[in-house]
Design a binder for this molecule. Structure first.
Ligand code: HEC
Length: 206
């Protein structure tokens, strides 16, 4: 064989194997469920809902997080309906407690069971918030100057409360946890997180 023929042959083999490796194997949902169950052998009974997908997660998985409009609308409607509001009608709590909560990643892990103290929001894991904190994740957008950029409007505090309570009410397949609906944070804790972003005294707005 000539050198060029060999080169072409190698090239073709290369392309075919690259295409092969990009083909997704068919996923058997029952197999995935069984594997997830097996991965948490000592899970407490009340963890069962956390180990199976709810309706929203199923649709998001099946559509690669881009559901068609009708399904997206159905998710946002259902998730919004789960939002509970503060009895006193106030959305802004204590920003200092909010900062502690944003820093706190305690809760929802095996080692935190049974819970010995309040669960945190772990907001810094995904967001830049206070300029003083140098360690933060970037999965979510920076939240610096959040309140200032929104003129500290009461209506914005309500929108923010709803966002933290259930992020899927506005972005159907958001990567942000549904803190209120999934009982990660209490209503009072969510108000404190709102204060961290919306209170003019909070360092993030300085
Ligand atoms: C696991 C990662 C993760 C955690 C933890 C998380 N978020 Fe998010 N957050 C995101 C992502 C991703 C987005 C962008 C998608 C969206 O808006 O839903 C987002 C969006 C937001 C937005 C909207 C920002 C905008 O410009 O509209 C706010 C406000 C917010 N998060 C606040 C918080 C607060 C407060 C906490 C802690 C209680 C928190 N997030 C915890 C991932 C996270």
């Amino acid at each position: 064989m000539k050198k060029t023929t060999l080169l072409i042959a190698a090239f073709v083999v290369g392309i075919t194997s690259a295409a092969w490796s990009q083909q997704k194997p068919a996923v058997d949902p029952a197999k995935v469920d069984a594997m997830v169950k097996k991965a948490f052998p000592g899970a407490p009974e009340d963890w069962a809902p956390r180990l199976s997908q709810d309706e929203t997660m199923k649709v998001c998985s099946a559509t690669g997080n881009s559901p068609p409009k009708a399904q997206a609308d159905a998710i946002m409607k259902r998730e919004r309906a789960s939002i509970e509001y503060p009895a006193d009608g106030k959305f802004v709590g204590d920003w200092k407690k909010g900062e502690a909560l944003a820093q706190n990643g305690y809760g929802m892990r095996f080692t935190d069971y049974p819970p010995a103290r309040a669960t945190g929001g772990n907001c810094y894991a995904c967001h830049q918030i206070s300029a003083k904190e140098l360690s933060y994740g970037t999965l979510g957008p920076s939240l610096q100057q959040y309140g200032k950029l929104r003129d500290f409007k009461e209506a914005e505090a309500k929108i923010l409360y709803e966002k933290i309570y259930n992020s899927h009410a506005t972005i159907p397949c958001s990567n942000m946890p549904r803190f209120g609906s999934n009982k990660i944070l209490t209503i009072d804790q969510i108000k404190d997180a709102v204060a961290l972003l919306m209170d003019p005294e909070s360092p993030i707005n300085k």
